[in-house]
Structure formats: C-alpha cells, structure tokens
Design a protein around this ligand. Structure first.
Ligand code: 1PZ
Length: 214
C-alpha cells in the first residue's frame, strides 16, 4: 500500500460527486476534478501496473485544472459554461484534432466516458456475489463501454492490468469504508449521484453534438 493509504477512504471520493450538481442542474468542474483525483489515488494504491491508466487520467485532470487556473477560470466553473464558452469562441476541434487539440470539451469527454465505465463497474461490484472476481466485473464493464473508444494496444494492456485486481471482498476492503457490507451500502448511496452527473453531461454533449469529439 502506498504511504497515506491508511487515511484514504473511497467514501470521500464518491462524496465529491454528490457535490457536483448545482441547484440549476449544472455540473461543477471543481468537485468533478476532486472526485477524479481521489480515484487516481485509489488506483495508485492498487499497484504500479495501473500507472499507465492513472497517468492518462492525471494528464486530463491537469489540462482542465489549467483552464480553471487561467484568466478564463469563470468560463470553466461548470461543464455548461465551458461548452458554451469554447463553442462560442471556436475553441473546439470538431472534425479533426488540429488547432485546439486539448480543448476542455474533448478532454472532459474522455473523463465523462470513463465515468460511464466507473458507474457500471461500481454497480457490478455492488451487486456481485461475495466470491466474484473483480477482474471479470472490470473487463466486462470495460468492454461494454470505454473499450469502444480505445485502440487494440490499449485494450490489450488494460486486459493484462485487470488480471492484477484482487477478489471482490478484498477490493471492497481496500476502499477503507469499513466491512465489505458497509462498502456495498456506501456504493448504494453514492451511485445515484454519479449516475446523475453522467446523465446531465451526456444530455448536454448530445444536445450540442459533441459526443464524438476527436
Ligand atoms: C479498478 C481498476 C481500474 C481499471 C480502469 C479501467 C479503465 C481502463 C482505461 C485504460 C486507459 C488507458 C490509457 C489511455 C487512454 C487514452 O488513449 C484515452 C483516450 O484519450 P485520448 O488518447 O483521446 O487523449 N483516455 C481515456 O479513455 C481516459 C481514461 C481514464 C481512466 C481513468 C480510470 C480511473 C479508475 C479509477 C478506479 C477506481
């Protein structure tokens, strides 16, 4: 286990997603990134075999954080304001990556797709049998979601990494939420919030025809 892992609980991470949706049903960027940062820390606790995944997630988190620290920070307060600002100012490559290879819109879309996987994976863990294999839940949900956007080489590397995942009960205990039963209860509480964040973003991207950004 990495240093500091003993004080780390996945509860706080998933709670970050409960703070994402504003009263106007907008998705706040800061708690979204805080949630992802916590997930990356958790992933790092699972072993170095996952570092190629966490590195990519960190790169994407940092791209959006840089927008939040720039003089345009107010435009990146919510996903809605980001989409509106970048589209109105021609800051998104719509057909091919060229002038704006790292737009907030395309970068956020990658995290958004990964959130879909996360939602399915956590639901699979929550409802799985005691002795089920995390690696199977992980690869089934990955193949049904994120894998569709990844080239063969990444799918292959991901498949190898998944084999290193512990059994469901050990995985639930690694979350540091308490017993496996308590972790399952926490997932039941947190998942509706993650689903809501996913759904609002999906609708927004669909409405602006941004779901296939290069
Ligand atoms: C608990 C086990 C963790 C399994 C994680 C399952 C996700 C596998 C994702 C493999 C991604 C590998 C690295 C790089 C991929 C990038 O090519 C893509 C597309 O970005 P582009 O090339 O277009 O810039 N990146 C992504 O799809 C974002 C992936 C983020 C994954 C974060 C997972 C965090 C897991 C937390 C676990 C609790």
């Amino acid at each position: 286990m990495a240093a500091g892992a003993e004080t780390f609980s996945l509860r706080e991470v998933l709670v970050a997603f409960t703070a994402c949706v504003s009263e106007q049903r907008e998705v706040r960027v800061d708690p979204y990134l805080a949630g992802w940062k916590g997930l990356v820390r958790f992933l790092n606790c699972l072993g170095t075999i996952f570092s190629f995944i966490s590195k990519d997630a960190v790169t994407k988190i940092e791209i959006i954080e840089n927008y939040r620290n720039s003089d345009q920070r107010e435009n990146y307060l919510t996903v809605q304001s980001m989409v509106e600002y970048e589209l109105a100012n021609g800051l998104v490559d719509l057909q091919k990556r060229s002038k704006h290879p790292d737009s907030g819109c395309r970068t956020f879309l990658r995290l958004h797709r990964a959130l879909h996987w996360l939602q399915m994976f956590l639901e699979g863990l929550r409802t799985g049998e005691d002795n089920s294999k995390t690696s199977v839940i992980c690869s089934e949900t990955y193949n049904a979601s994120l894998a569709n956007y990844h080239p063969w080489i990444i799918r292959k590397a991901a498949g190898v990494a998944f084999c290193a995942l512990p059994t469901r009960n050990t995985f639930l205990e690694t979350m540091n939420v308490g017993t496996a039963e308590e972790a399952v209860a926490m997932l039941g509480d947190a998942l509706p919030y993650i689903c809501e964040v996913y759904k609002i973003t999906e609708e927004l991207y669909a409405q602006h025809k941004l779901l296939d950004l290069p």
